[in-house]
Write a protein that binds this ligand. Structure first.
Ligand SMILES: Nc1ncnc2c1ncn2[C@@H]1O[C@H](COP(=O)(O)OP(=O)(O)OP(=O)(O)O)[C@@H](O)[C@H]1O
Ligand code: SF4
Ligand SMILES: [Mg+2]
Length: 539
C-alpha cells in the first residue's frame, strides 16, 4: 500500500500558517505546538492525570527580521510559548522548525533515528492515514448535532497525528517516499548522514583546536615571549590543526560522493507521478523539539531570551564584563586569554548605551533600565538570530521603557535580528511590532499585521482587548461604552471550556461555539483568525 496525501492536501500546504508570503524568509515555523505541564495527584485515589494546558496546539511562522508581538491576559501562555519554542521547556507535542542554520551543519541525532527506522515509521504513517480516513467517514455519516461535532473533533485529532508524522518524514526524505524499496533509500541516506556527522565533528574539533592555539599564544605573549619563541613553542598545536584539516578535506570529498549517490537515487524516482508532491516538503530546517540537550546548547547562541526582571537573571557575584564574557567563552567565540575580548565587550556595551568604565561594576550598582541594558548586551554579544523579549520593558518607567524599546529597534536594524516581543501592554506592542498575535487560554486566536489587527479586529477577544485600552477622547469613550467590555475571569487552563475556549465570555457565542473548536484560518492575506462568527469579515 502506498501513501495518498489527497484527503486534506490544502491543510498540508508547506506554505500554510502565515507563510504564504513567498518574498519573506521564514526563520521559525511552529506546527501544532503543545505545552502541557503535569499536575501532582491530589491524593492516592486520584486516577486521572491532570495537566495545565499552557499552550494548546499553536501553529505560526516567524519571518526573518520581523518583530512579532504577542499579547493576551495574564496566564494565557505567552511566556510558556516563548520558552517552549526556545526549548527551555521540553515541548509536549508538535514541531518547531528553525531555519537559521541547516540540518547538514548540525547533523542532529533524530535524523539518524528517522533514517534507521524509515520503513517502520512509514508503516506507522499508513496506519495513521487509515485512522484519519475512518474518522472522516464516521464524521460524514453522522446526522447534524452534538455527535457530529464530537466526530469532527476526533477526525481533526487523527488528521493532526498523521500530518505531523508525514511532515517529519517528508521534510527529511522528500520525493524518495514514493520508492517501493524504502530499505535502500534508508541505507543511502544513512551513508550520507554518517559522513556529514564526521565532517561536522571535524569542523568543530578544528574550531576548538584553533581557539586553544590562540589561547596559548596569548598566554605566552603576556609572559613577554617574542614572536619566534611563540612560533617554536606552538609547533605541536599547528601540526594538530593541519592534520585535522587534511582529514576534513578527505571527509568532504567522501561526502560529495555520497551526495551524488543520493542525487542518483532521486533521479531514478523523479518521474514518479507523486514525486514532486512529497519533494516540496523537503527542506533543511532543524526541528528544535527533537534535539538533544547538547545539540540545543550549540544553538543557544542563536536563540536568546531577555527577561522581564533583569536583576534576577544577572549573577550578582559577577561584574558586567564577566557576565557578558561567560557566553562568549561557552560558545567558543573567544579564547579564554584573548586580549581582544575586552574590546569586543566594550564595543557591545557602547552599542547598548553602557559606558566602558561600567565593565568592572556589579549588577547591584545599576538602575533597572541599566540592568536591562546589561541583559540585552549579554544576549546581543553572542550575535544571535532570534530573541524572545518576555515583558522586557514592563518593569521600567515609561521614559526608560521608550529608551529600551528604541535600543532594541536599533539593534534589530543593525544586526538583522528577529524578535518575539511578549507584552500585555497593547500600546507598546502596537509601537514595536510588524505583526501581532493575540493569545487566549493557550491558543493564538488572531494573527495579522499590526495596522490591520488594530483597525480590523476579527476575533471578539481582540475587539474586547482593544476596547480596554484607556482613552481620553470623549467621543471614543462613548463609542466604546456601546461596545464590548471584557468581563469575567479567564477560565482555568487545567479544565478549559470545550469548543471555543472564549465562549464563556463571548457575547457573540452560539451553540456551535460551545462544541466545535474553531479552526485557525487565513481569512484575508496574512490575517488569521479562529472564530465561527468573525467580525469585520467584509474581505
Ligand atoms: N513551569 C510551570 N509548571 C506548571 N505550570 C506552569 C508553569 N509555567 C507556567 N505555568 C502555567 O501555565 C499557564 C501559562 O503561564 P504563562 O506564564 O505562560 O502565562 P503568561 O501569558 O506569560 O502570563 P503573564 O502575563 O502573567 O506573564 C499559567 O496557568 C501558569 O500557571
Ligand atoms: S467562536 Fe464563538 S465564542 Fe468563540 S470567539 Fe467566535 S463567536 Fe465568540
Ligand atoms: Mg509571562
Amino acid at each position: 500500500m502506498k501513501l495518498d496525501v489527497s484527503i486534506q492536501e490544502e491543510g498540508w500546504d508547506p506554505m500554510a500558517n502565515g507563510a504564504n508570503d513567498k518574498d519573506k524568509k521564514v526563520l521559525i515555523r511552529i506546527e501544532n505546538l503543545k505545552q502541557y505541564f503535569p499536575l501532582k495527584k491530589r491524593n492516592i485515589f486520584d486516577r486521572e492525570k491532570r495537566f495545565v494546558r499552557a499552550n494548546d496546539d499553536i501553529s505560526l511562522v516567524i519571518y526573518e527580521g520581523e518583530t512579532l508581538g504577542l499579547v493576551g491576559e495574564s496566564g494565557c501562555g505567552k511566556s510558556t510559548l516563548g520558552r517552549t519554542l526556545l526549548q527551555l521547556y521540553e515541548q509536549t507535542d508538535g514541531r518547531t522548525i528553525y531555519y537559521g542554520r541547516s540540518l547538514d551543519e548540525l547533523a542532529p541525532k533524530y535524523v539518524l533515528e528517522t533514517y534507521e527506522n524509515l520503513s517502520s515509521l512509514y508503516k506507522q504513517l499508513l496506519e495513521l492515514r487509515k485512522q484519519e480516513e475512518e474518522t472522516y467517514k464516521e464524521y460524514e455519516a453522522k446526522p447534524e448535532g452534538e455527535e457530529k461535532y464530537e466526530a469532527l473533533e476526533k477526525y481533526r485529532q487523527a488528521e493532526k497525528a498523521a500530518r505531523n508524522l508525514f511532515l517529519d518524514l517528508a521534510q527529511l526524505v522528500g520525493g524518495l517516499l514514493v520508492a517501493e524499496d524504502l530499505d535502500t533509500v534508508s541505507k543511502v541516506l544513512l551513508d550520507q548522514y554518517k559522513t556529514s556527522v564526521e565532517v561536522t565533528r571535524l569542523r568543530r574539533s578544528i574550531e576548538e583546536e584553533k581557539l586553544e592555539y590562540e589561547s596559548i599564544k596569548a598566554k605566552l605573549k603576556e609572559r613577554g615571549k617574542s614572536d619566534e619563541e611563540i612560533e617554536r613553542a606552538t609547533v605541536k598545536e599547528r601540526e594538530k590543526i593541519k592534520e585535522l584539516e587534511e582529514k576534513l578535506a578527505n571527509e568532504e570529498k567522501e561526502l560529495a560522493a555520497k551526495d551524488k549517490e543520493v542525487e542518483k537515487l532521486r533521479e531514478k524516482y523523479k518521474d514518479h507521478p507523486d514525486y514532486e508532491k512529497y519533494e516540496k516538503y523537503r527542506d533543511n530546517g532543524i526541528n528544535l523539539a527533537k534535539l538533544t540537550t547538547e545539540e540545543m546548547r550549540i544553538l543557544r547562541k542563536d536563540l536568546q531570551l531577555i527577561f522581564q526582571d533583569p536583576y534576577s537573571s544577572l549573577n550578582p557575584r559577577l561584574t558586567v564584563g564577566q557576565i557578558i564574557s561567560e557566553g562568549l567563552y561557552a560558545h567558543n567565540m573567544f579564547a579564554k586569554n584573548d586580549p581582544a575580548v575586552q574590546d569586543y565587550i566594550i564595543d557591545v556595551m557602547d552599542k547598548c548605551g553602557l559606558a566602558a568604565y561600567f565593565i568592572h561594576r556589579y549588577p547591584h550598582q545599576f538602575s533597572g533600565g541599566q540592568r536591562q541594558r546589561i541583559g540585552i548586551a549579554r544576549s546581543v554579544a553572542l550575535q544571535p538570530k532570534f530573541i524572545v523579549c518576555d515583558e522586557a520593558v514592563s518593569a521600567l518607567d515609561v521614559s526608560i521603557q521608550s529608551q529600551i524599546i528604541n535600543l532594541l529597534l536599533d539593534l534589530k536594524e543593525e544586526h538583522n535580528l528577529t524578535y518575539l516581543f511578549i507584552s500585555h501592554d497593547l500600546s507598546v506592542i502596537k509601537y514595536i511590532s510588524d505583526r501581532v498575535g493575540v493569545m487566549y487560554l493557550g491558543n493564538i486566536v488572531e494573527l495579522a499585521e499590526t495596522e490591520e489587527l488594530f483597525s480590523h479586529p476579527m476575533h471578539p477577544y481582540t475587539e474586547a482587548l482593544l476596547a480596554a485600552i484607556p482613552t481620553v477622547d470623549p467621543v471614543d469613550r462613548q463609542k466604546r461604552k456601546d461596545h464590548y467590555v471584557l468581563e469575567g475571569d479567564i477560565p482555568s487552563p487545567i479544565n478549559p471550556p470545550p469548543g471555543c475556549k472564549f465562549h464563556t465570555r463571548c457575547k457573540y457565542a452560539t451553540d456551535i461555539c460551545k462544541m466545535v473548536v474553531p479552526q485557525f484560518e487565513e481569512v484575508k492575506p496574512g490575517h488569521f483568525v479562529a472564530c465561527h462568527h468573525k467580525l469585520n469579515n467584509d474581505k
